[in-house]
Design a protein around this ligand. Structure first.
Ligand code: VG1
Ligand code: CO
Length: 547
């Protein structure tokens, strides 16, 4: 075994997006592509971030195609970089929330997570890599920007020429002077979850015959859900379906929303539907919750968890505050106001919650994109959300639907939908956004599609903890009645651009709470078209996906 220093040249475009660097597998398979990014990360950590050698690194991924090859490369580079120890999930597997839990519980200096999350996998699918810091959370923008800059000037990388190690058996091995500990991917995360929820109450719920269908979407959530929901909580075998993590997610799109988890939705709409449905995404940080014949909007989910948090042991002391991403509905704001706790509005992406959680300003946070979590880790956590709902159902005796309807009764319903336009040519998407931005100074006070606009802006965020500023985080058009339409471009795709249009309207009138969301939001859809000219720019007459 010897350490080698090898020449390389930069690749264009190694800029992490909303959640890490995501590209086609074929891009990552190019010689030196992964190596350059990892070396740039190590250079920045040990350079301007002054990370000493001899540290512990956590490593694992969602098990998608190329995961195993990437693990071997990163291990050999970590050995060359002078890490003392790597904690590697068995089989190269760690869900995103589990990686966060491992980093925190073992006081690692950080972790590398291999995932493209909800993006499809397989040889023609996507791959991704991201770095989480010692707090267990995604690298902040300052760090990802520094890594990107380093990738643009990189000239050499360091790697051990050791042979590949076995990653499928727990135990300890050596690469150069570095120890690789292959660990149980579930144990740390399970310990954290056990400390938060009333497992006895949930066990009793299942013992009474409560039926859950948890769809792991052939992704990494399966082993975690099986171990905890079936193993520890006594749900019958077969409660967790599509539980085996497949390298290509069975050719499906591991994104838990009504469009891609249509099989689960069909089960919950059927005559013999179970009491509750749930699903998680590729890396198991997202969650979708359904009641019998009833879909829960992610924004409502965050609001319900906030409203009832003190009924769950881990949050019995009350919440310091809550946070939501800007496009997420204001349902949680209304609950926070009633509870007299602070509610923060951040840009899209979990990395913006990190400082608020670390500073103890918030306890729960969430996004409209089926992401919810708390200060127990520094990532959103799919299984955590499912256990939270189970705990609430168990102790309140209310169904999922009754809990959501209770929210609507108390605070009105924030009718909500997101319309995605996928695969737009990048120039066209940029032109649409520039035209929108050009209108911002004059939109307020006018009427668009017959609706009075109160104000419009491009969301900018100043982090209340470190003062860092993030500009251009989404165009907001807000009406006199506080309804709003938000426009932004996705930062997680790998093909062209995706336009996301977020629509929200508050409905206080309980007699109108059952109007279907798309119908109630039709005037806002007309406004979005009138102001952004989506058809003209994209040639598309309807969204690709509505959630
Ligand atoms: C999307 C979601 C965002 C989420 C991000 C990562 O980003 O909108 O809310 O944090 O995915 O989720 P974007 O830039 O495509 O809108 V995950 O589960 O892919 O790590
Ligand atoms: Co995810």
């Amino acid at each position: 075994m010897t350490l080698q220093s090898l020449p390389t040249t930069p690749f264009a475009g190694q800029l992490p997006g909303t959640s890490g660097l995501r590209k086609k597998v074929t891009v990552f398979q190019q010689p030196r592509y992964l190596e350059n990014f990892v070396q740039a990360l190590f250079d920045v950590l040990h350079g301007e971030y002054q990370l000493a050698t001899g540290q512990t690194l956590v490593l694992g991924g969602d098990g998608r195609f190329h995961n195993r090859a990437a693990v071997q490369t990163i291990l050999k580079m970590a050995a060359a970089r002078g890490y003392a120890r790597v904690l590697l999930g068995q089989g190269g597997i760690l869900s995103t929330p589990a990686a966060s839990a491992v980093i925190r519980r073992h006081k690692a200096s950080g972790g590398i997570i291999l995932s493209a999350s909800h993006n499809p996998g397989g040889p023609d699918g996507d791959f991704g890599i991201k770095y989480n810091a010692a707090n267990g959370g995604p690298a902040p923008e300052k760090l990802t920007q520094a890594i990107y800059e380093r990738t643009q000037v990189i000239e050499r990388y360091q790697i051990s020429d050791a042979v590949d190690i076995g990653i499928d058996m727990q135990g300890t091995q050596q690469i150069e002077d570095m120890t690789v500990e292959v660990i149980d991917p579930v144990a740390d995360h399970a310990a954290v979850l056990r400390s938060l929820f009333d497992f006895d109450a949930i066990r009793a719920l299942f013992a009474r015959g409560f039926r859950l269908r948890y769809d792991a979407m052939w992704a990494v959530g399966g082993p975690y859900a099986k171990a905890i929901i079936e193993g520890e909580l006594g749900a019958p075998a077969g409660t967790v379906v599509h539980a085996e993590p497949l390298e290509d997610f069975g050719g499906l799109h591991p994104d838990p929303n009504p469009a891609y988890a249509d099989d689960l939705v069909a089960h919950l709409m059927a005559a013999d539907a179970p009491d509750m449905g749930a699903a998680s995404d590729g890396d198991a940080d997202r969650n979708m919750i359904l009641g019998r014949g009833f879909l829960v909007s992610p924004s409502d989910s965050l609001a319900v968890l906030t409203a009832h948090a003190t009924q769950v042991p881990g949050y019995a002391r009350g919440l310091a505050g809550v946070a939501r991403s800007m496009p997420t509905s204001t349902a949680v704001d209304r609950v926070a106001k009633a509870l007299d706790i602070a509610c923060y509005e951040t840009p899209t992406g979990w990395k913006f919650f990190g400082n608020l959680l670390d500073a103890g300003k918030v306890t729960l946070c969430g996004e409209e994109s089926y992401g919810t979590g708390s200060d127990h880790v520094r990532e959103k956590d799919g299984l955590w959300a499912v256990l939270f709902w189970l705990n609430l159902v168990a102790v309140t005796g209310k169904s999922v639907e009754e809990l959501v309807r209770g929210l609507w009764r108390a605070h009105g319903r924030c009718v909500y939908s997101r319309h995605d336009y996928d695969g737009i040519a990048t120039e066209k998407a940029n032109a649409l956004m520039s035209e929108l931005r050009a209108q911002l100074p004059t939109l307020g006070g006018t009427a668009v599609a017959g609706q009075p606009v109160a104000w419009a802006d491009d969301f900018a965020y100043t982090d209340p903890v470190d003062g860092s500023v993030s500009q251009k985080q989404g165009v907001r058009v807000v009406l006199e009645d506080s309804s709003r339409v938000v426009f932004r471009l996705s930062g997680t795709g790998t093909e062209g651009a995706t336009l996301r249009v977020y629509l929200e309207r508050h409905e206080p009138d309980a007699s109108r709470h059952d109007v279907p969301a798309q119908e109630a939001l039709a005037p806002l859809v007309a406004l979005a078209e009138a102001v952004a000219h989506i058809r003209q720019h994209t040639g598309m007459t309807a969204p690709t996906v509505m959630t």
